[in-house]
Design a protein around this ligand. Structure first.
Ligand SMILES: Nc1nc2c(ncn2[C@@H]2O[C@H](COP(=O)(O)OP(=O)(O)OP(=O)(O)O)[C@@H](O)[C@H]2O)c(=O)[nH]1
Ligand SMILES: [Mg+2]
Length: 891
């Protein structure tokens, strides 16, 4: 299944990679003016700005009433993720920030070439170059350094790393190549698949070189040439000339521009963007990310708004900084440049936005609550690499469901091998074969039968054997579970105002919703058969009102209230969090990796099922793993790898968060709010709109399985699960593995500052010694007392989460952490949140999540982007299924 594109930030230490990541996302990756601030890679989601399909006037009935007016489709364009402003759509894309590379990294210099390994899955690089000349090639502070050489040596390190890996195996590889009479593409792809390469990439590499000699006769020089060209093909690179706010930047930029092609260079000042975004969040300025303009309270008063746009007063120091920033960056370069960095990266990568729709005539998805929602168009957009075919996109959107057919605009059927491009086959509904059985999905669709499929698909599908219909049948099931009787919410009420968690705790605390009224089933070309008999409650334990949905985290780690004065010495993390399974030392491989940690080609939805079987050969998985306190974990599916608890309907949470006693939470303390229920229905009603993992999760919601439902929030770690909506004060577990996605792991806010609202305290953005306009080091102060807490202020509808570091050691060294992910169910997926990693020394991480506001069943952040809730499920197989699954795994 094609992965989502991944763009990695590379560069020497202290060049500003983490700052660039923060400037493009809502992440707070740790930043410091010393080398190797980042050790574990940070994953986060940024937004690419692309022309939206809604702005195409070539589409039927999409002519605007006047040339300057928005198109009719634009008025109804309502992305599920990101936003669409004036026909420019923000599409989420995954970014990766890794540790700095130094000359000799491929030989293990610096902190070893493991960091090169973190880059294997990247599709493109953004090379962040420090053009201020204030850091040498190892990232140490200096003056007058010439950064023009950095570009060449860093690329050379990457080539040497790939070359080194290849040469280690060259002898055997050559012999095998000759013995089995393989083609050069096959042999090289066998080696390069570990970098996420495809045969097409290798073929392009060899085509470019047009080598005469057969592979077995290549000399060292030829091999090096092949690797060089492969690196160009596999890792197209944009060069971000960062720190242009520094007075010395100009001369260094000029030097670099003389030798590097202009189309690869983008100028930026990441710290300026971070600074402006923060000020905007704090209500000091009005600033849209990437814009040329920043308005202060005084500016707005001058423009005739007596209230100054409701912005806060700034002190003299802050005002001067903003003026400097305008002079040094915005007025000179037109913007901070970070958005252009991302756009250029997507251009070199050749990303094509594809708009999956359910109805090719209306471009709608048929989902959502009110009429406005149902009329919405182009709800989804997926990014694929140039050269992708309709079949590739189908598999990305629909997972393993065998394809019936794909149509494009005008109802024209398109072939599986047709390419997609901008304006070409890029608006399509994907129609799966109705007889697809999700219970035992084949690893790949049976292509041979696709072509002979009669069309249109017959209407004799049953709810039991078709994912799509099974999900649709799930909605009536929900309706049965939550009858519309008790306190019906009208569609109008549902669509207005924020849906905050209910604050009253009367009865179960549940406000029942008329699901039918708010969520009629979406129109579809496939009519469902009548609803199947509903399984008795004991075999289908979905969420029932009044029972808690328990987040995994709360169960795995003992929780207790921590205060500043009470910072405890950390107890050792659970043994399974130390990189080994309980009964052996086999690490918890992701299923799509082989023993060497290289990704195997076959990535099926089952990659998120149980772990590798100890001692088994390649591609085999572990038997279910016994996790202390959780029992035998037989299947896990999540739309995000931070997962929910396997369903334990009615069981109490072992210990109440924030309590030292054995007090447990009673069932009705954690009711499911209406907006969450609605989200679940939304998801269930529109399976084609979701990622394969989410669909897989949804497909588990069928009779005969036990399932639990929790909530994840796009852009936030899914540790926000249902109970959090009700518990006003949550104290976080003391021990958990260091997350690989330290994007959420190093925060900078100080609790005291947050409490007083003075988030941007003076020391958080101080000028650096050498007088940078807006430079300086924020977020480096690790000395404060550390504890974890989360606060919710329901009256304001504002949710703040702060996790602080709690550590016995001050050196923050994660280098001894085993490399393998320990997330019990999360695959090494392209998820924004990466996978969990163990902390060998028990050091904890901390995170700071930006404040967000609930609006309807979505969330809106201060920058105005709406994000939706998504659910994830964890299901348990029946004993028979478990056996069958084991057999299947060993096939
Ligand atoms: N003046 C200026 N300083 C910047 C800019 N971007 C980052 N910095 C500073 O550069 C230093 C290093 O930034 P980081 O983002 O931690 O750099 P990094 O490349 O992630 O470093 P490692 O994680 O150690 O590899 C910090 O002190 C930042 O404040 C910028 O645009 N202008
Ligand atoms: Mg960093």
């Amino acid at each position: 299944m094609p992965r989502d594109p991944l763009i990695a930030l590379v560069g020497k230490p202290s060049s500003g990679k983490s700052t660039t990541l923060n400037s493009l996302t809502d992440t707070t990756a740790k930043v410091g003016n010393f080398p190797f601030t980042t050790i574990e890679p940070n994953h986060a989601i940024g937004y690419l700005h692309l022309a939206c399909a809604c702005s195409r006037t070539s589409l039927p009935n999409n002519t605007p009433p006047s040339p300057s007016a928005p198109t009719p489709l634009h008025l109804r364009c309502k992305p599920n993720y990101g936003a669409c402003l004036n026909g420019i759509r923000s599409v989420p894309i995954e970014l990766l920030d890794v540790a700095g590379l130094v000359p000799g990294a491929h030989l293990g210099k610096g902190l070893g070439n493991k960091f090169l390994d973190d880059l294997r899955h990247a599709d493109a690089f953004i090379h962040v170059v420090d053009v201020s000349g204030t850091t040498d090639q190892e990232g140490k502070a200096t003056r007058g350094y010439d950064p023009s050489a950095d570009i060449a040596w860093l690329r050379d390190e990457i080539v040497r790393w790939v070359l080194g890996n290849l040469m280690q195996k060259w002898g055997g590889l050559k012999r095998r190549h000759t013995a089995i009479k393989a083609t050069a593409v096959e042999t090289l792809q066998g080696q390069f698949s570990g970098y996420g390469s495809t045969s097409a990439v290798v073929a392009r590499t060899l085509d470019r070189l047009a080598l005469k000699q057969p592979l077995q006769e290549w000399d060292d020089k030829t091999i090096e040439l092949v690797v060089n060209t492969f690196v160009d093909e596999k890792f197209p690179t944009v060069i971000a000339l960062n720190k242009i706010d520094h007075p010395d930047a100009d001369k260094n930029v000029a030097k670099i521009a003389r030798v590097e092609p202009a189309e690869r260079l983008v100028l930026c000042s990441a710290i300026s963007e971070v600074f402006l975004r923060r000020l905007a969040k704090q209500g000091f300025v009005r600033y849209s990310p990437g814009s040329e303009f920043v308005d202060t309270r005084e500016d707005l008063i001058e423009q005739g708004d007596p209230d100054g746009g409701g912005l806060k007063e700034m002190d003299e120091k802050l005002r001067t900084r903003i003026e400097n920033l305008k002079d040094m960056v915005l007025y000179r370069f037109g913007s901070t440049g970070v958005n252009q960095v991302l756009t250029r990266a997507s251009e070199v990568l050749g990303l094509v936005p594809v708009f999956p729709v359910r109805n090719i005539a209306s471009f709608g998805s048929g989902d959502g609550g009110g009429a406005g929602e149902r009329a919405a168009v182009f709800r989804d957009c997926v990014l694929v690499k140039k050269g992708s075919t309709v079949g590739d996109v189908y598999r990305k959107v629909m997972g393993d469901a065998p394809m019936a057919y794909v149509e494009t605009v005008g109802g024209v059927r398109v072939g599986e091998d047709d390419e997609v491009g901008v304006g070409k086959n890029d608006i399509s509904p994907f129609i799966p074969r109705p007889s697809y059985n999700t219970k035992r999905p084949s690893r790949r669709p049976d292509i041979s039968t696709i072509k002979s499929m009669p069309s249109p698909p017959p209407q004799r599908t049953t709810c039991d054997n078709h994912l799509h219909h099974r999900l649709r049948c799930f909605v009536p099931y929900l309706q049965q579970l939550y009858p519309a009787s008790s306190s019906t919410q009208t569609p109008a009420a549902a669509s207005t105002g924020p849906s905050l968690p209910p604050t009253s705790e009367t009865g179960s605390g549940i406000r029942h919703t008329d699901h039918h009224a708010t969520h009629p089933l979406p129109p579809s070309t496939l009519e469902p058969s009548p609803m199947p008999p509903i399984a008795p409650p004991q075999t289908f334990r979905l969420y029932t009102p009044g029972t808690p949905l328990i987040p995994l985290r709360e169960r795995r780690w003992r929780t207790r209230a921590l205060t500043t004065a009470d910072a405890p010495a950390p107890a050792p993390p659970p043994h399974w969090a130390q990189g080994s399974t309980p009964d052996n030392d086999v690490p918890w491989y992701a299923d799509d990796e082989d023993e060497d940690g290289y990704e195997t080609e076959d990535v099926s939805p089952r990659t998120i099922l149980p772990r590798r079987r100890p001692g088994a050969g390649r591609r085999r998985r572990t038997s279910p793993v016994e996790i202390p306190g959780l029992g035998r974990r037989v299947a896990g599916v999540a739309s995000r790898p931070w997962v929910a608890e396997p369903w334990r309907g009615g069981e109490p949470i072992p210990q109440r968060p924030g309590s030292d006693s054995e007090e447990t939470m009673s069932a009705d303390e954690v009711p499911m709010p209406d907006h969450i229920l609605r989200s679940i229905e939304d998801l269930v009603a529109s399976p084609s709109q979701h990622s394969p993992a989410t669909r897989q999760a949804l497909s588990m919601l069928n009779p005969g399985r036990e399932a639990g439902i929790g909530l994840g929030i796009t852009g936030l770690p899914t540790l926000h699960t249902v109970p959090r909506y009700r518990v006003p004060e949550v104290h976080w577990p003391e021990h958990r593995p260091v997350s690989r996605s330290s994007s959420f792991v190093y925060g900078g806010s100080d609790t005291a500052d947050r409490d007083s609202g003075a988030y941007l305290a003076d020391d958080s953005m101080s000028s650096s010694d050498d007088g940078d306009a807006v430079g300086g080091n924020d977020w480096e102060d690790d000395s404060r007392d550390r504890f974890m807490s989360a606060r919710q202020t329901p009256e304001e509808g504002v949710f703040t989460l702060e996790l602080h570091k709690s550590s016995a050691s001050s050196n923050d060294s994660f280098t001894t952490a085993p490399q393998r992910p320990v997330n019990p169910t999360g695959s090494r997926s392209s998820s924004p949140f990466g996978v969990l990693r163990p902390a060998a020394n028990g050091v904890l991480d901390y995170a700071s999540v930006p404040m967000r506001r609930y609006v309807g069943n979505g969330l809106v952040d201060p920058l105005g982007r709406t994000e939706r809730l998504s659910i994830f499920t964890e299901a348990r197989m029946t004993a028979d299924e478990e056996d069958a699954d084991e057999d299947d795994m060993l096939d």
